[in-house]
Design a protein around this ligand. Structure first.
Ligand code: 6R9
Length: 647
């Protein structure tokens, strides 16, 4: 078949699952989910074995999702304690610091155990109890993993806020989950530059309605401003506590963490993940999608501030007793060979990154890859956005030398782990396709208008899922109704992903991107509404509409149409000012790429902004604007086209 990549026979032989194995296991997983997941649950150590496996309904509005509901376990004990006997001296975490001249750290499972227990005792000392929320705002240092596992150990719910987010974004999240403690560091080195994280926390807490204690990890040793009370150094607190900390008994359905993510409307929502189902799903997908074998070194380049870091740096790998690599830096520092230098140095076997990173490195040329010995790499992975075939082929040829299966994993913060993905020994791949569903996942393609399930194999529409899987989010923190409305209202009986897709004649899925007002910038999800509300908060702006447009490296860039207040004059200085404003309001990833002055926006007579038209103009695609006759003032479209800035 055209452009089909078959895994090498020796790889297939050594793999956990081959194509027959996949077919058989997949059939059982969807025909007998209770049996399948009941058996798979044995991967975990339970304090009380679950007897009720699946109790889920997508029926609107009574959506309810429970897995292993009478089971009890502790997630930290599963990720750490249970490995002590068999692999106490094995490296659990390899930490590669930002600065190449600093030494990497190797943390064994035994050391991890001690560090997590001490950290947990410090949290207890600060009054954290089962069910309390702890916000983690840290760079990519081992303490981030210790903090997550320490929370899990005592039954506290962690919520990680990406260290690139602004003080305001941090304050919103601290307030929404009513955090009792914020864990941060003095500074955060990244790409040779240092952010003063503690300063950001101080600023955030000035605006916050909560008064959490702040626990500070010493990373850089730089000067920081202590508040008059409520600030604590981790290393000082650790001197006061012992290293014995029995794990709390948790119900499988108790929340493990909250992670805020963007939607098409309103503020970011707190996605809630469970203890039992989530951990099981992270572990099984980590093992099968990456064909992880004992002794392999696994590297996921994501930040722990995103779901990918949660599932595939910390929970999945550690539940499987793996060696997981944690990287503090960026792909281009000190140069564009950093990833490959690190793969060679640590003999990485599975490498998992994002298309935006691949495209950026591809742009720097092959010379940055060629000098390194990448023969340890067996599997390459990608996640975060659709990967264009050109980037896929470069990854395959230049990095993988044509010998490494590429797993293009489609999933979301909401799904906890991979939903559509190749398995290395089982699934021939096609560049740009996420291929076929993981065990237990029943994708359907719906007609976007009629909601009718498209039965033919080759078809196109919106992507929804017909039944629950253990890693599915359970609710939106503090707003179950929002959960039900966001994911289950529009297409009744299904989980709606927000993505569009095509299914080809082989039944392979090709994700075409978001069909809602969410954009994907360098693999980071952003609601256009968030950027709009930041822009209109600026005194010069009266109205703003934000859309995505194709960007060579970032996948999508941020294109803003801005209407100014009476008396305000457009200028280059104001463009810069608005860019800086959004950047400091939300964070560097939200900085607008293009600002177009719009004396008027195309609106329907009822006042709705016609985003479809704005998207077309941003895409430089003026030929297919569709029907503009329903607009209140059709001439604004001509003005926008005539004044579109060069991109
Ligand atoms: C894990 C993660 C989710 C959105 C998702 C989709 C896009 C992720 C993809 C992909 C095409 C892939 N997406 N993986 N699109 N192919 N392999 O990225 O979670 O940050 O919540 O983003 O990302 O649009 O809906 P999250």
């Amino acid at each position: 078949m055209k452009d089909m990549h078959e895994p090498a026979p020796d790889l297939v032989r050594a793999a956990h699952i081959d194509s027959d194995g996949y077919a058989e296991m997949y059939a059982r997983s969807v025909n007998d989910p209770e049996g399948f997941w009941g058996d798979e649950a044995k991967r975990l150590d339970w304090i009380t074995q679950p007897t009720k496996i699946k109790n889920t309904t997508f029926a609107y509005p009574d959506v309810s999702i429970k897995w292993f509901e009478d089971g009890e376990l502790n997630v930290a004990a599963n990720c750490v304690d249970r490995h002590l006997e068999t692999r106490g001296d094995q490296t659990a975490i390899i930490w590669e610091p930002d600065d190449v001249s600093d030494e990497a750290q190797h943390i064994t499972y035994r050391e991890l155990h001690t560090r997590v227990c001490k950290f947990a005792n410090v949290l207890k000392e600060l009054g954290v109890k089962k069910g309390d929320r702890v916000v983690i705002y840290l760079p990519m240092i081992p303490e981030a993993a210790y903090a997550m596992l320490a929370c899990a150990r005592i039954g506290a719910i962690h919520s990680i806020v990406f260290a690139g987010f602004s003080p305001d974004a941090l304050a919103n999240r601290v307030d929404d989950c009513e955090a009792k403690v914020v864990i941060t560091s003095d500074g955060a080195p990244r790409g040779g530059r240092v952010t003063n994280l503690k300063d950001n926390v101080n600023q955030a807490l000035v605006h916050s309605a909560e008064d959490p204690a702040v626990l500070i990890v010493k990373r850089t040793g730089q000067q920081i401003a202590f508040r008059s009370n409520g600030d604590y150094w981790l290393h000082e607190m650790e001197e006061k506590v012992g290293d014995d900390c029995p794990p709390e008994t948790m119900n499988a359905e108790d929340p493990l963490f909250i992670l805020y993510t963007s939607g098409s409307t309103g503020k970011p929502k707190g996605v809630v993940h469970s203890s039992g189902g989530y951990l099981l799903y992270a572990a099984i997908t980590h093992q099968y999608t990456f064909d992880y074998h004992d002794g392999d070194v696994f590297w996921c380049t994501a930040d722990v501030g995103w779901v990918t870091g949660h599932s595939y740096i910390v929970y999945g790998p550690l539940a499987n007793g793996a060696t997981t690599l944690m990287f503090e830096g960026v792909p281009t520092y000190p140069d564009a060979g950093r990833f490959w230098a690190c793969c060679e140095k640590h003999k990485v076997n599975q490498f998992y990154t994002a298309p935006t990173a691949i495209r950026a490195l591809m742009g720097k040329g092959t010379s940055f890859v060629e000098g390194y010995d990448l023969s340890s790499i067996r599997i390459l992975g990608t996640v975060g956005e659709p990967i264009n075939p050109e980037a896929w082929n470069w990854y395959n040829d230049v990095v993988g030398k044509g010998r490494c299966p590429i797993v293009d994993t489609w999933w979301q913060t909401e799904t906890g782990g991979h939903l559509i993905t190749p398995l290395p020994g089982a699934t021939p791949t096609k560049p740009g396709s996420a291929t076929t569903p993981f065990f237990g996942v029943r994708p359907v393609v719906l007609d976007p208008q009629t909601a009718v399930v498209q039965e033919e194999t080759a078809t196109e529409g919106v992507l929804a899922i017909a039944d629950s899987w253990p890693g599915q989010m359970r609710t939106v923190w503090g707003d179950h109704e929002r959960f039900v409305k966001t994911y289950f209202e529009q297409y009744k009986g299904y989980y709606f992903s927000g993505d569009g897709c095509r299914r080809d004649e082989d039944g392979y899925y090709w994700i075409t991107g978001r069909v809602d007002d969410v954009i994907n910038v360098s693999g980071h999800r952003m609601g256009t509404a968030e950027v709009e509300s930041s822009l209109v908060a600026h005194p010069a702006v009266s109205e703003a509409a934000v859309v995505g447009y194709p960007h060579e490296v970032k996948g999508q860039g941020i294109y803003c149409y801005v209407t100014l207040m009476e008396g305000q004059e457009p200028s280059d200085a104001l463009v810069k000012e608005l860019q800086t404003h959004v950047r400091s309001d939300i964070g560097p990833i939200a900085k607008p790429d293009v600002i177009q002055w719009a004396p008027g926006l195309p609106k329907t007579r009822s006042g709705k902004i016609m985003r479809r038209i704005l998207r077309k103009i941003a895409e430089n695609d003026f030929g297919s604007l569709g029907d503009t006759s329903t607009l209140a003032e059709p001439e604004v479209v001509d003005h926008l086209i005539a004044n579109r800035p060069q991109t």
